[in-house]
Design a protein around this ligand. Sequence first.
Ligand SMILES: [Zn+2]
Length: 452
Amino acid sequence: MSKRSKSQGAHFAEQPLPAKRARKNDYRQDQRKQPIPSRHKKSGKLVVAIVVVLVLALLGGGGVMFWRHRPVSITVNGEQRTVLKRSTYAQVFDGESITTKPGNLVSVSGNVLEEGKGYPYSVTVNGIEVPYENAASQPVWGGEKIEFADGKDAMEPHTTEVVELLPKLEFKVAPGTGERGYMVQQGLVQYVTQWGKSGKHEVMHGERTGETAPGKTIEEAQNVVVVAQDIHPDNNQKLVAITFDDGPSYYTEPYLKILDEYDAKATFCIIGEQLADGGPVVSQTSNSGHQIVSHSWSHLQLTTLDEAELQHQLVDTANGLKECVGHDVRYIRPPYGDIDEQVWLKSKGSISVSLFWTHDSLDWEKPGVDKIVQNSTIAMKPGSVILMHDGGGERNQDLEALPQILKAWKDAGYKFVTIEELMKSDSSINMSVVDAGPMPEGSAWPTELATA
Ligand SMILES: [Zn+2]
């Protein structure tokens, strides 16, 4: 500031000089024609003119200087002060007798290295904090409310490095989930509503301490979101889903015939290793309008598996099913209904929906036809999901129970739909990500859960 005003002042003072020279030249050119007395007279007038111009120039320059640096009124820590306009905040501070406690010199992770070796004071102007480094260059214009306070800590010299920030897995439970007494409070379905994106953040390396600490976030990561929710069809539509686990098997085809007789669509949860023999039946099932879902490769309890084994259980089954049905299969019924956040983490985006049930027929206990029917038809409510089996051994009781179950629900006004249709009947279930298919290119998958 002071440099600029000096050069402007000088420029102003120089202006009259060329005029003075021009007049001198004019006078020399004229002297041959002009008589001597008049020459003296003229020269006297000229000297007066020069002096007047010089004085005016000096007064003008000084006036400008004065105007640029005239006294202005500001408030300093609540008290009215008059300072010269364009004084810096640092100059204002130096002119006051305010006692501030200096900050400390700290390491990148915030450990105190030297007490009192931080910034001597901090300054806030009209409620906005000014970085200490700017206090010596930012000028006062008048009218400001300036507050000086204790100094901030200064950080040791450090380098910064930009690193990728992985998204986290957010597991949300929709309101009201589990109210209908579904097995555990984990939601009738769990599904992805948002894929993840990585962000960027700075990591600081302290040159003095060698410490490493997180710095600013440059770009936030976008978390993966999985929602656990029950299914409540809109307008209480009487929709129900029936699911068959552990197939395909010898029994699948007879089941398909029974389903056709009752105009019922079902969901079949397939064990991957059984596709070697059962592939054609799975294709036939899919072609008949039933939904095909993964039930893992070899019916292992997913929560007990390491990532490599889990990936095999999920990915190889999905690949086998895709060959049979011609599209990506992103739904899974976890064996034993056992899935948790860790399984979702290790799934690395290979599944989009996990489904449970509301009615366990307990058919695998072979409790008798009546008991299977009773277990599958109690407490009928829209959005129910019945669990039965078409694999895992002899299923003669089911063959007898199935028509009775289908009839009972139909008589009560229900329609049998696939899991996907059932989910879509509930507009509070956000199916946009599930419908869009596999995890998009450029997504990032988390390795950690988001902390609530
Ligand atoms: Zn099973």
